[in-house]
Ligand binder design. Structure first.
Ligand SMILES: CSC[C@H](O)[C@@H](O)C(=O)COP(=O)(O)O
Length: 328
């Protein structure tokens, strides 16, 4: 039997010769490792929309794979691109990947390039960012900007991995739980423990306490979209952490590939913020914690202005937020 060429990482299994792929369903973590098969663009769109896959680079990669599967299986390519484009509004990498797929002469090769580049670029930015960390340090991170948010390695957690595995630094991580979807508690803690990197979970409400008590040497978060003025949209709660970092003089870094910088978004105010179902706020893993008739507001992202960011770590180097426009 002819061997099937496959590409496998923590988040994806792609079977190039069979026009299908599988995604690790992140809604099931940390309890169970469940893989969902995608054999159509609708499968890919459903996985992105329902956050089975999430994190800006991974959303882009899965959208590219959805378009590739549509092409191989003679689905309507234009419709596929349009459907995938409308899955989530904030992450720049989704639109960036679909622009590349739209222009590609060979969709399979382009999807493969997008996946491989993501891993390379994260390793590069990880190495640049790791230079900024002391040999022994504690890093606070928010949400999950790790291997689970990417094809592999991670952005913010890619910096931690590079520091630990490539530079033998001793790094401990403090992870915020990241209500309402709890990417910090469920995903960051799961992937760091798996790699043997020490991680301590805190409630989102404990950030002020840990910063005031001097326990944190640096904060590193990822990004969903970076505007040309250096404003950064990231998981809801990032802005309040940046304000506290400023108050306590703790360096606040953003780690992201240049594909997250949007050449068409001038300022932070121009970034569309996704609002999700109020059920995510009113329930914790299926159990209601608020009166049924009280409305809830659920913005999935907020915007941190450039003056609160010490540096943006990219594969092209570490820059001041005001310099990001020069990178695209
Ligand atoms: C590296 S992805 C961007 C982020 O840093 C990430 O933490 C984030 O905000 C992801 O949001 P999500 O709603 O889980 O897709």
């Amino acid at each position: 039997m002819k061997p099937v060429s496959a590409f496998k990482t923590l988040t994806l299994r792609v079977y190039w010769d069979e026009a299908r792929f599988e995604v690790l369903d992140q809604t099931e973590l940390p309890d169970r490792e469940v893989w969902r098969e995608c054999t159509s663009y609708e499968d890919a769109a459903e996985a992105i929309e329902n956050m089975r896959v999430r994190g800006a680079p991974l959303i882009g990669a899965v959208a590219a794979l959805g378009a590739w599967v549509a092409y191989e299986r003679d689905e309507d390519y234009g419709e596929a691109i349009e459907r995938l484009r409308n899955t989530r509004p904030t992450a720049r990498n989704l639109f960036w990947a679909l622009e590349r797929m739209e222009e590609a002469k060979n969709p399979r090769k382009e999807a493969e390039r997008i996946l491989r580049e993501d891993v390379e670029v994260n390793r590069e930015l990880g190495d640049h960012g790791a230079e900024l960390l002391p040999d022994e340090c504690t890093v606070l991170t928010h949400c999950n900007a790790g291997a689970l948010a990417c094809v592999d390695w991670g952005t913010a957690l890619g910096v931690v991995r590079s520091a630990v595995f490539n530079m033998s630094k001793e790094v401990e991580v403090i992870a915020t739980e990241t209500r309402p979807v709890q990417q910090g508690a469920r995903l960051t803690c799961w992937e760091l423990s798996r790699d043997g990197i020490p991680v301590t979970l805190i409630a989102d409400t404990a950030v002020g306490y840990v910063l005031a008590s001097g326990k944190v040497d640096a904060i590193i978060v990822g990004a969903d979209r970076i505007a040309l003025d250096g404003s950064v949209a990231n998981k809801i709660g990032t802005y309040q952490i940046a304000v506290l970092a400023d108050r306590h003089d703790v360096p606040f870094y953003v780690a992201a590939p240049t594909s997250t910088i949007d050449p068409e978004t001038e300022t932070g105010e121009d970034i569309p913020i996704e609002h999700r179902s109020e059920d995510e706020v009113k329930n914790v893993r299926g159990v209601r914690v608020a009166p049924e008739d009280v409305p809830a507001l659920n913005p999935a992202f907020d915007v941190t202005p450039p003056e609160l960011i010490d540096a943006i770590i990219t594969e092209k180097g570490v820059v001041e937020p005001q310099e990001v426009a020069d990178l695209v």
